[in-house]
Design a protein around this ligand. Structure first.
Ligand SMILES: O=C(O)C(=O)C[C@@H](O)[C@H](O)[C@H](O)COP(=O)(O)O
Length: 361
């Protein structure tokens, strides 16, 4: 089974990638001495499919569990939902000796990780991601948090999981839209660090749920190496994972949360970032077109709806964490596999790139 180790000194952990791993969750968590009193956090849909098998696996390994579900979708990534979750856990008898398991996609992982960071001033947590976005990206790296009306992920904490269990079999129950959105993050990883993966993605059948465990593990390894180099995004290395996210987050926050899926907004953000990279970083137009072609191959949106105004996107992205004193640090691509931060991108470039998204490619 491919296991990716994330080396962060005393916060190090493994990401186990194995078809069928859900059934071994109790055994895997028992082996790392994970606390026996566990709050499982999930959404109603995921819990219906995978809640009972997880509970059974944990019970067989001597864990006591309570299940806490939140409504499916991005609106649950909120401070009010975090408070409700804390209160539900307290009512169920949880305390500082408890641990949390996030069973779900990026929303559940980000929300539960945030609650784990603040519940009784911090309890351990583990992730069992159930979507492509969460398999390859959000379950690893310890960024947790919630959205506010002013923007995405603006309230949160770094809180690393103790273990991540990735079971590619869980992708089989995902609706097509939620499955495909995740490829925006896969394409992002390939674009910034692994040009050869771009070719492999061109040969992957978007309709097949047989996503190779090795491809998932390779994506996790890309993220793990970057997180190891800059765990709290202090030196700029980790900011490279934000390729496509500055304008992407602006677009995602410009509509009611959940209307556009995260990966869909990131797909638009990637197209905008490719456009800026051609203009400011000398990315070859043919390479930009190749990456854009992959987004289309995975049925991801690349044209911005006229209902979303440029002003709203600019207002939302102005609060992005990569803005400092009104100046943006924008991630550009020099060539496939090679990304860097640029200080040369101007507010006018951002505006023009958003307008560019209104054209058909
Ligand atoms: O883990 C990271 O670092 C990333 O940037 C990965 C992104 O794909 C992810 O969406 C992340 O949550 C965005 O981080 P943010 O700091 O811009 O909120």
């Amino acid at each position: 089974m491919p296991t990716v180790h994330v080396d962060l000194a005393e916060r190090s952990y493994d990401v186990v990638v194995e078809p069928g791993a859900l059934a071994k969750a109790g055994e895997l968590l028992g082996a790392i001495g994970f606390g026996k009193k566990v709050a499982i956090v999930s959404d109603a849909t995921v819990a219906k499919f995978h809640g009972e098998p997880l509970k059974a696996s944990l019970a067989a390994a001597g864990f006591q569990t309570t299940l806490h579900t939140v409504p499916s979708g991005e609106p649950s990534k909120s401070l009010s939902q975090a408070e409700e979750l804390c209160r539900s856990m307290i009512r169920a008898g949880h305390d500082r000796k408890s641990s949390i398991i996030a069973l779900g996609g990026g929303v559940i992982g980000d929300l539960s990780g945030f609650v784990a960071a603040i519940f009784y001033r911090g309890v351990p947590f583990a992730q069992i991601p159930t979507t492509i976005v969460s398999h390859v990206d959000s379950s690893v790296g310890g960024k947790t948090g919630v959205n506010v009306a002013e923007g995405k992920n603006l309230v949160g904490a770094f809180h690393q999981p103790k273990l991540v269990i990735v079971d590619p079999e869980l992708l089989r129950t995902l609706p097509a839209r939620e499955f495909l959105e995740g490829f925006a993050e896969v394409i992002k990883h390939a674009a910034i660090r692994d040009a050869a993966m771009l070719d492999e993605l061109a040969g992957l059948d978007p309709d097949s749920r047989d996503v190779p465990a090795d491809l998932i593990a390779r994506n996790i390894a890309i993220k793990a190496r970057i997180v190891e180099a800059d765990e709290q995004e202090l030196t700029g290395e980790r900011a490279l994972l934000n390729f496509g996210h500055t304008i992407g987050h602006g677009i995602e926050a410009a509509v009611p949360y959940g209307e556009m899926l995260h990966g869909e907004a990131i797909s638009l953000g990637l197209r905008a970032a490719l456009h800026i990279s051609v203009k400011r970083a000398g990315l070859a137009p043919a390479d930009a077109a190749r990456i854009l072609g992959l987004l289309k191959r995975f049925c991801l949106p690349v044209v911005l709806s006229p209902e979303i105004t440029t002003e709203t996107v600019l207002e939302k992205l102005g609060r992005d964490k990569k803005f400092e004193s009104g100046k943006v640090r924008f991630v550009v691509l020099d060539r496939p596999g090679s990304a860097r931060l640029s200080d040369e991108v101007t507010p006018e470039d951002l505006r023009e790139a958003i307008e560019h998204l209104r054209t058909q490619p």
